[in-house]
Design a protein around this ligand. Structure first.
Ligand SMILES: [Zn+2]
Length: 204
């Protein structure tokens, strides 16, 4: 199966109730608000959070997770909002895409990357499932969570670097296959860790 473009940068006008910003200099912590619009499974979401935190560990960035309804009652200095459309739950029946779009997107206004993104859960689940075989199906929830974590990490790097550029290897490549989404590890390439770290430093 061909690698799927992982994300698109979408131009939007900002008329959103929750204001999300990443202030610079970037602190050691970032709050990630999760807004699920469809079905999701707790084991998959826990795995997504753990995979994302693990991949970004090398940058020193610590993530704090909130659901959308919790976040509206509090304020956070550094916040991104990720919306999950479709079903983030594993299911066996393949969905056919006539025109497969990206797995996720990050929004821009006036050519500026914003701290809002969207994950197409049905598409991520379908891509992860396409690479599963044998015993993988027994841990499908975990593998879907891992795939979601990698897609989410990719979008967070766009938001943190405020750049639409991509890396040459690892989780920040422009396109990722189902196999890459569920393989035991898919790190952030050293070049992209540097990109993040220098981004942090140059703003300080
Ligand atoms: Zn991308």
């Amino acid at each position: 199966m061909r690698p799927v473009l992982i994300c698109a940068i979408l131009t939007v006008s900002l008329a959103l109730a929750l204001v999300a910003t990443v202030n610079h200099p970037i602190p050691s912590g970032l709050t990630v608000v999760l807004d699920f619009r469809g079905a999701h499974s707790d084991p998959s979401i826990r795995e997504m959070e753990s995979e994302t935190s693990n991949i970004l560990k090398t940058t020193g960035l610590k993530l704090d997770w909130r659901l959308r309804n919790e976040a509206s009652r509090e304020t956070y200095p550094d916040l991104v909002v990720m919306t999950f459309k479709g079903s983030c739950k594993f299911d066996m029946s393949p969905r056919v895409y006539d025109e497969p779009g990206p797995l996720a997107s990050t929004k821009t206004t006036d050519h500026q990357i914003q701290s809002f993104g969207q994950v197409d859960c049905d598409h991520v689940v379908q891509s992860a499932r396409s690479a599963m075989w044998g015993g993988d199906f027994k841990k499908a929830d975990l593998l879907v969570g891992r795939a979601l974590g990698r897609v989410l990490t990719h979008e967070l790097v766009h938001m943190l670097t405020r750049s639409a550029d991509h890396g040459r290897e690892g989780v920040f490549e422009a396109a990722l296959s189902g196999k890459q989404l569920i393989s035991p590890t898919l790190p952030l390439a050293a070049m992209d860790v540097d990109r993040l770290m220098s981004g942090f430093e140059s703003e300080q």
